[in-house]
Write a protein that binds this ligand. Structure first.
Ligand code: SF4
Length: 323
């Protein structure tokens, strides 16, 4: 049986952190053995919220891709590419835009969230789900891994595909959501780890910086000193132990509750776990940094492979629309 096809993308809006690793990249790595995967750095999507200053954009794409490869994305198995290098995304975006009502787009919750967060409403933000649909359907991806918060976008993509196919014939493939539950990854201040909160630990973080950052982590505010009983269930350090010190979490929880474990010691243990867990990625990344041409070659090849598939779809779309 032919493998299903996955498309997934990431906006290059900052350096990647543990939230990105646990919330997307680990899943990408696993998907590679089951599916034919297309992984794209969606740099046009990054412009929707960051068009005014693009000085870092090209370097960020490279930096993100370096992290993807360092954690196990294999360009021999998967197509790794950059959205702006495959112009067919823009062509299909334009065509699908004709089928997209303004009222329908305005109901998108992410669009409303952006406006609530102070972004000026613009054409790019409003059209985000249309461009995302183009990204997926150009590759006839039948599967898209999503977290709960992205389900609405995928539902919009499915609606748009159905609308297209009703009008012009069964050309596009309606993608299915592969709903994935991701572990909770808190940042230094206990809120969700995020670049915008500046509370992140980077995938490529140096060991000494990991130690410094972990020392600053919030803990259970009721546990002031060793000997005080703590509540691991409210502690962000424990949430990370749950991911990175898996085999010892019961012991850590019990010792926290009894007061036998102090927060300083607990954090040192977490630093060690993180440093060890990230060591293979750090080594692979150092290799890539020594040879930047390798990234360029991987992207050149990925862009070419993506373009071939995208152009095939566009020929069918142009034919169906009598263009
Ligand atoms: S001992 Fe560890 S789990 Fe308990 S409150 Fe302190 S840092 Fe958190």
């Amino acid at each position: 049986m032919a493998k299903g096809r996955v498309l997934s993308g990431m906006r290059p809006t900052g350096r990647l952190h543990l939230g990105n690793l646990e919330g997307a990249l680990r899943n990408w790595v696993n998907l590679q053995s089951e599916y034919e995967c297309f992984f794209v750095s969606v740099n046009w999507h990054a412009l929707t919220t960051g068009y005014e200053d693009t000085r870092e954009l090209r370097a960020l794409v490279r930096d993100n891709v370096m992290d993807w490869l360092s954690v196990g994305i294999d360009p021999q198995k998967s197509v790794v590419f950059v959205q702006s290098e495959v112009k067919q995304h823009a062509e299909l975006y334009l065509l699908l835009g004709m089928l997209s009502g303004i009222g329908w787009l305005e109901r998108c919750t992410t669009y409303k969230d952006w406006l609530d967060n102070g972004y000026e409403p613009n054409y790019g933000l409003l059209g985000y789900p249309v461009l995302m649909t183009a990204d997926i359907v150009l590759y006839k991806a039948d599967t898209v891994p999503v977290g709960r918060d992205q389900l609405q976008h995928l539902e919009m993509a499915r609606e748009l595909v159905r609308r297209f196919n009703r009008l012009y014939g069964e050309v596009l493939v309606e993608p299915q959501a592969k709903l994935t539950e991701f572990p909770h990854v808190p940042g230094i201040d206990g809120r969700k780890m995020s670049k915008s909160y500046r509370n992140e630990i980077l995938i490529a973080e140096k060991p000494e910086v990991i130690q410094q950052k972990v020392r600053r982590f919030f803990t259970d505010p009721q546990k002031l000193r060793r000997g005080d009983p703590g509540r691991p269930e409210v502690c962000p350090v424990f949430a990370l132990h749950n991911i990175y010190t898996r085999s010892e979490t019961e012991e850590i929880a019990a010792d926290c509750r009894s007061g036998a474990l102090g927060c300083v010691e607990c954090k040192d243990k977490l630093s060690q776990s993180l440093i060890e867990a990230l060591a293979p990625a750090r080594a692979r990344r150092a290799q890539l940094e020594r040879n930047p041409q390798e990234i360029e070659d991987i992207l050149t090849d990925g862009n070419r492979r993506a373009r071939e598939v995208a152009e095939q779809t566009m020929q069918e779309v142009r034919e169906a629309m009598k263009l």
